[in-house]
Design a protein around this ligand. Structure first.
Ligand code: F3S
Ligand code: F3S
Ligand code: ZN
Length: 147
């Protein structure tokens, strides 16, 4: 099973996205903008599900559709189910969906920086709040905030 292989190959344990991230300015301050959405807590050291620091210091991308890049392991199921196709792979621009993520070789600078490709909510304003993405993500990396 692909998911199991991906999780087993990690030397950290992804933690579900903080449900209240958009209202938790102390822990998730806005640190930048990317593809027309806000990014929070980028560059901050955060802890994984085992209480150890994540190997990367990514933030949460998006507000209406928040994707925690520390928790995203490039599963791709969110993209397959989204009826309005609002996600795209960060490292494979223009591409989305299972197995279309850029595969990173261990030991390369890109691997050290990203570990896996990341899911970017590039058109979050188009969300129709079906919530399918939240429920299919194996690491619970997505939190949708209906307006
Ligand atoms: Fe798509 Fe998730 Fe919104 S599946 S429509 S981004 S709730
Ligand atoms: Fe990432 Fe979860 Fe989607 S791991 S690619 S946010 S299904
Ligand atoms: Zn982004």
């Amino acid at each position: 099973m692909i998911l199991l292989v991906k999780l087993e190959s990690l030397d950290y344990k992804p933690k579900p996205i903080e449900q209240n991230f958009a209202n938790d300015e102390a822990n998730y301050p806005v640190t930048g903008e990317h593809n027309n959405h806000k990014v929070r807590a980028e560059g901050k050291e955060r802890m994984d599900a085992d209480g150890k620091p994540y190997p990367t210091k990514f933030g949460i991308h998006g507000t209406i559709v928040g994707v925690d890049w520390e928790a995203c392991i490039a599963d791709g199921a969110c993209m397959d189910v989204c009826p309005v196709s609002l996600f795209e792979w960060e490292l494979n621009p223009g591409q989305s969906g299972t197995d279309n993520d850029k595969k990173l070789e261990k030991g390369t600078p890109e691997y050290e920086k990203y570990i896996t490709d990341k899911c970017d909510p590039i058109r979050e304003a188009e969300c129709i709040f079906c919530m399918a993405c939240e429920s299919v993500c194996p690491t619970l990396a997505i939190k949708v905030n209906p307006e």
